[in-house]
Design a protein around this ligand. Sequence first.
Ligand code: NI
Length: 167
Amino acid sequence: MAILPIVTYPDPVLRVRCAKVEAFDGQLQRLANDMIETMLAAPGVGLAAPQVGVEQCLAVVDVSVGKERAALKVLVNPEIVDERGREVDTEGCLSIPDLTEKVARPTVVKVVAQDLTGSAIEIEAEDFEARAICHEVDHLNGVLFIDHLRGLRRDRVRRQLKKLGRS
Ligand code: NI
């Protein structure tokens, strides 16, 4: 396993709509393992393939940051098929360091995806885990959490990114 360099904003790979994974092979397994190691080392609660420069629909989420094995989710070709509720809470992104903002997300999501062998899986997640999954699925569509901001929050983030020399 290896810790991979994390791509940061405004790298254009973060704006790509990722391709569906078609090959469930050893290379995919290695990429997933490296992404898990990279996420935990950061440390972060989620990481999507474009954040390590790979334009494929693969994301890893672990809201326990390595403390509970059952919390680790590997999502291949994930799709949010149902969502309920709405909650505003603070969010950040490993690709936009030093910046957090309040973002509205559903409180419960149902996700269909595949595992690393290609088998179909279905996950229902709530609260912080639902937020993390929404954030990572967004990444696979080239969407960043700052895109959800409106009005004063959006203006504030634009100023901050400018100050950090990133826009
Ligand atoms: Ni992110």
